[in-house]
Design a binder for this molecule. Structure first.
Ligand code: MN
Length: 313
């Protein structure tokens, strides 16, 4: 029996989001970070059937709320972490010796490569409103064992258009380019909407828009705070209406399959086992100086082998 498809016409006409526009509203799930006193974040990537947008593979939105961030030293491999705040301050320390306070409008960009460890916490005496997003970018296979690096950018370029302004965090938007280092063609920008405006897009990129607050209308659809509107590819411009701030994510559809587990991005189950073993043995990830407390332990691996997955599943 082969003809069991209940809706063959729909299946035939469905656009391929790697080449054509679509619109999927992805509602995140709540996740508690870093133990019992941890903050609650809303995770929209990876989503069940939509795992990546370009090389962007992880989106955690948090706040605005009165909260204290305290994420003890933990490792990363095979990715870049992109830390972006709308309110509050976060102190980053890493195994390269970096110690950097990040404020709204600034980028902390950590390239894990072969291995790095870091902590993130609210600075002392600064328990205030926190609002931000933690994003990860998967490194391509040829760069995923690169030397770890950390950069802080407080001079990001801003694009002004009728009805909106955009801070270019990664890549190029409207001909304006961020100084941040990237390893695949991607774009990331905070866009402040105050009326109606359009942004020029690349048809070979797929895009998504994260709403930081209620109010933005993306391609005609209201996007609630913390949700991600996935837009597919094949667009030359994006219409934004309403009010509020959003984060635009985009990139060339990422063709490699990856294994994401805990704080690691690899290509195989064995990559993840090796990274976890190294972390628990205190090798390969250096030491974070200055954090008042012990590092995080890795969770137990699942009993079945981790599978590599593509951008949609
Ligand atoms: Mn981290």
């Amino acid at each position: 029996m082969s003809n069991l498809d209940p809706a063959p016409a729909e299946a035939i006409s469905r656009p391929d989001p790697a080449t054509a526009p679509v619109r999927e509203l992805l509602i995140g799930r709540d996740v508690v970070l870093g133990g019992p006193r941890g903050m609650t974040v809303t995770r929209t990537l990876p989503h069940k059937h939509r795992r990546m947008v370009g090389a962007w593979c992880f989106v955690d939105h948090y706040g605005p709320e009165s909260a204290t961030m305290r994420v003890p030293p933990h490792p990363h491999t095979g990715l870049q972490t992109v830390s972006w705040l709308l309110r509050g301050e976060v102190l980053h320390r890493d195994s390269l010796g970096s110690e950097q306070l990040i404020r709204p409008g600034q980028l902390n960009l950590m390239t894990a490569g072969a291995g790095i460890s870091h902590s993130e916490e609210s600075p002392p005496d600064l328990t205030r409103i926190l609002h931000g997003v933690q994003l990860w970018v998967a490194l391509p296979d040829g760069d995923r064992a690169t030397a770890p690096a950390f950069a802080h950018h407080d001079d990001l370029p801003v694009v002004h258009r009728d009805g909106l302004s955009a801070t270019v965090v990664m890549g190029t938007l409207e001909g304006v380019t961020s100084p941040a280092r990237m390893h695949t063609p991607i774009v990331g920008a905070e866009v402040r909407i105050g009326g109606s405006g359009t942004l020029a897009l690349r048809p070979d990129f797929e895009y998504a828009v994260l709403a930081f607050e209620d109010g933005p209308v993306v391609d005609g659809e209201p996007v609630p705070a913390g949700a991600l509107s996935y837009l597919g590819a094949g667009r030359t411009e994006l219409a934004l209406h309403g009010t509020g701030r959003v984060f635009l994510l985009g990139g060339e559809p990422f063709e490699e399959q990856i294994v994401m587990w805990w704080n690691f991005v690899g290509r195989t189950h064995d990559d993840i086992v090796a990274a976890r073993t190294d972390w628990e043995a205190h090798t390969g990830f250096g030491t974070v100086e200055g954090f008042d407390g012990p590092p995080l332990h890795a969770p137990e691996l699942p009993t079945t082998a981790l599978k590599a997955r593509g951008r949609t599943r």
